[in-house]
Design a protein around this ligand. Structure first.
Ligand code: N2P
Length: 363
């Protein structure tokens, strides 16, 4: 010990120890400052948003962050069911999500949503009355409409030279391995119910069993069950036909003029996606600011122009080009919607829906 003590130069040791303490303190301070930046340590507020993939102009998130000094943590999902499972399993602490009609109905029933104070969302006035107080949220207590549309068939006119007006074409062997289906249970089951002449919201076990058999029978003709990837694949001409959401069809038609969209005559799904605040959100004020921002006409316009989906915002719609407004894919005339139905939450038979979907996918 003594030897070591002698070897250690005391003033030098003190200097080193002090420098070490200084570096440690600086590191801690910088860590705290960085923490403020990401919202982790204090100061800056954060907002956690959960939306569909390809469903926003991301510059809108940047401009919101700048305007309000709120950091947005943004994640995406592919289907209502994926979103539901993630939120239901807990621990994700999202503040805002964008479910569809039937899923909003289910989340209200299951007490998963906060009421929205519309006094804090003055831009709600820009939402067209026809999108207000719909059956899934009859008093708009829990949701503010974001986009709407239909489900239909997009087809490539260079590969299909017969009129497309029925879901039956998706079961025509002529198009084997040239068909994309939507990897979404309610959509795929729904269009098959319509093909068979049943309600989109069937709760009948026998009808659902028939749907299962139809979709299993169709599987050898299906190139793949996909989501957002259908857009690039159809634009690139990789298949002749695909089941898609109308907004994606609008986008695909912008990119490839040989593509056309149709709502089959048997009828289809008319849907509404809306913004909700999740139960237990610790950032309700920021969530309402965000929802209000998304309803600002210029912001709603940016989003609709970027993603192709149809806006329920009257002022944004006024700023759209004639060409878009006259595109029946985006803004179909009433008569095209006459056989369409809105999905309802089919809670009483949801196990059957889940079971047949699993069997279809596994087959
Ligand atoms: C697609 C978002 C689709 C929403 N990226 C359909 N409800």
């Amino acid at each position: 010990m003594e030897k070591i003590n002698k070897l250690v130069n005391k003033p030098l040791f003190m200097l080193l120890a002090r420098s070490f303490a200084l570096v440690l303190a600086l590191t801690l301070i910088m860590g705290l400052l960085a923490g403020c930046d990401t919202g982790g340590g204090g100061g800056k507020k954060t907002l956690k948003v959960y939306n569909w993939g390809d469903y926003i102009d991301e510059s809108v998130i940047d401009s919101f962050e700048k305007e309000y000094g709120i950091k947005v943590i943004y994640d995406t999902f592919a289907t209502n069911e994926d979103m539901y499972v993630k939120i239901k399993s807990g621990g994700s602490d999202y503040d805002v999500a964008f479910p569809s009609d039937y899923m909003i109905e289910r989340m209200i029933e299951e007490n998963m949503l906060e009421k929205i104070n519309l006094n804090n969302v003055p831009n709600f006035k820009y939402i067209d009355d026809k999108f207000k107080n719909l059956a899934y949220d009859p008093k708009n207590e829990y949701s503010v409409p974001y986009m709407w549309g239909t489900v239909g068939i997009i087809y490539n006119k260079t590969m299909v030279d017969e009129p497309v007006d029925s879901w039956n074409i998706l079961w025509d062997e002529k198009y084997a391995k040239q068909i994309f289906m939507l990897d979404s249970s309610r959509d795929s089951i729904g269009i098959t119910l319509k093909k068979l002449g049943y309600s989109l919201n069937s709760r009948n076990e026998k009808e659902l069993e028939e749907v299962k058999n139809e979709l299993i029978k169709q599987k050898p003709l299906v190139l793949s069950y996909m989501g957002d990837d259908i857009k690039d694949a159809m634009i690139a001409g990789q298949a002749a036909l695909a089941v898609v959401w109308s907004g994606d069809a609008v986008f695909m038609k912008w990119e490839n003029p040989y593509l056309e969209y149709v709502i089959p005559k048997e009828g289809s799904n008319l849907w509404f996606d809306a913004m909700v605040i999740l139960k237990g959100s610790k950032n309700k004020e920021e969530a309402e600011l965000f929802i209000n921002y998304m309803c600002e006409p210029e912001i709603a316009l940016k989003n609709t122009l970027y993603i192709g989906y149809s806006t329920p915002n009257t002022e944004a719609k006024k700023m759209l080009d004639e060409e878009i407004l006259n595109d029946e894919t985006a803004y179909p005339p009433e008569e095209k919607l006459k056989n369409c139905e809105v999905f309802e939450s089919v809670q009483d038979v949801i196990k059957t829906y889940d079971r047949i979907w699993t069997e279809i996918k596994a087959n």
